[in-house]
Design a protein around this ligand. Structure first.
Ligand code: ADP
Length: 255
């Protein structure tokens, strides 16, 4: 496999000299194309800072992040919006859908803004909605469907442009366990069938058990890394739980 994302010795400090927080402290790792990577760690361990640095929302204090051959820490501010639109798909805990737009309009919004012909948008929206199992909800508003359907709509919106990297920040955090499982099964099939590369921040052990590899952050550093390999999801779940217990962090086991 080829390395898609390379995090090269990044530091992110907040505050000033006398009151400095090292949110990320010499973090390095790579993500291969087609990987489903989980980032875990207790609150304050640096997960959001890491995700936002990869999302080009934060500037790192030092170090480099490469997506393919491109050093994204060197992007100029006027290049950021286009870079994100072309390369990244975002899924947030609270969906971030536009309430006055139908699911169909929400999913196709990025393409509409780019002036893609309506017919093409329609076929792409329908294809994405089919993948996420929300094809019958397209004419409804976000307030007329369940949280799980809203999150799968957000996921369809994120994949519409076939981004190189899907970034998910606690995507199951606002969902009941059944909806969470449906979403995670969608992630799994996007990863296996479309070879989508997914980076998911979570503190939920059940969600993490769908990943192929997990990095554990503690105090801004990578504390541990485990691979699912050929293990069953149930065995991987137990392994994750053991690491989390060892770290003494506060996490949920999703039940
Ligand atoms: P997590 O997502 O794992 O909860 P964060 O990345 O939000 O962790 O935070 C990592 C550390 O950086 C914490 O100690 C947090 O208090 C600190 N931090 C995060 N954002 C800021 C900020 N804007 N200003 C100062 N400190 C911050």
């Amino acid at each position: 496999m080829k390395s898609l994302l390379q995090i090269d010795n990044i530091n992110k400090y907040y505050g000033t000299k006398n009151n400095i927080t090292k949110a990320l402290n010499h973090v390095s790792f790579q993500v291969e194309e087609g990987e489903f990577l989980g980032i875990m760690g207790s609150s304050g361990s640096g997960k959001t800072t890491l995700l936002n640095s990869i999302a080009t929302i934060h500037h790192v204090t030092s170090g480099h992040i490469y997506l393919g051959d491109r050093d994204i820490t060197a992007l100029k501010s006027e290049e950021l919006a286009e870079f994100r639109m072309e390369n990244l798909g975002f899924i947030f805990q609270d969906f971030n859908l536009l309430d006055n737009f139908t699911l169909e309009e929400n999913i196709g919004l990025a393409l509409t803004l780019r002036g893609v012909p309506k017919k093409k948008i329609k076929s792409k929206v329908v294809e994405a909605a089919n993948r996420l199992g929300i094809q019958n909800e397209l004419k409804k508003m976000p307030t007329e469907v369940s949280g799980g359907q809203n999150q799968r709509c957000a996921c369809a919106r994120a994949i519409i442009n076939e981004p190189k990297l899907l970034l998910a920040d606690e995507p199951t955090g606002a969902l009941d366990s059944h909806s969470a499982q449906m979403l995670l099964e969608c992630f799994e099939s996007l990863n296996q069938e479309m070879k989508a590369t997914i980076l998911m921040v979570t503190h939920d052990v059940f969600s993490a058990s769908y990943c192929g590899r997990i990095l554990f952050l503690k105090d801004g550093k990578i504390f541990n890394e485990i691979h699912r390999g050929n293990k069953s999801r149930r065995d991987f779940f137990q392994e994750i739980l053991d690491v989390v217990t060892l770290m003494g962090g506060e996490v949920s086991d999703g039940r």
